[in-house]
Ligand binder design. Structure first.
Ligand code: ZN
Length: 148
């Protein structure tokens, strides 16, 4: 199995069995992300205590990539501080859209590496970044973002 097969498997698994896919009645922050190019609609919920993300979830409809990315994101960000969250988010946006593909430390990046496979499909990059942008919007106090 080569790396791209593994990446694809991770995406398919998170699409089929999304983690933290539910709404949150006691969220402190939430925002809806909309990607009109593909029709993805992902709402993200965060619960902050101090500067730590004690809970994070998402709900919505979208393509496999948008849902898998949201699912991977919730696993990655739960328990992180806002400073750590900012670093993760910047890393993923870089991973998906920087001109040069960043070098990956697979041990550190874990399943998030699967998102790098999306680079081969430029039309789908907005699917993969949607949930991450929605989290940034939620933390900025906005309740909606669109990728257009
Ligand atoms: Zn999509």
């Amino acid at each position: 199995m080569d790396l791209s097969d593994l990446y694809q498997e991770i995406i398919l698994d998170h699409n089929k069995h999304p983690r933290n896919a539910h709404d949150m009645s006691d969220a402190t922050h939430s925002a809806e992300g909309y990607n009109p190019l593909c029709g993805d609609e992902i709402k993200v919920y965060l619960k902050l205590e101090g500067d730590r993300v004690v809970d994070i979830s998402f709900k919505g409809e979208g393509c496999a990539i948008s849902k898998a990315s949201a699912s991977l994101m919730t696993e990655r960000l739960k328990g992180k501080t806002l400073a750590e969250l900012g670093k993760e988010s910047a890393f993923v946006l870089d991973l998906l859209s920087a001109e040069e593909e960043p070098e990956l430390d697979l041990g550190e990046v874990g399943d998030l590496a699967a998102l790098s496979g999306v680079r081969q499909f430029p039309a789908r990059i907005k699917c993969a970044t949607l949930a991450w942008h929605a989290v940034d919007a939620a933390l900025a106090g906005e309740d909606k973002i669109s990728t257009e």
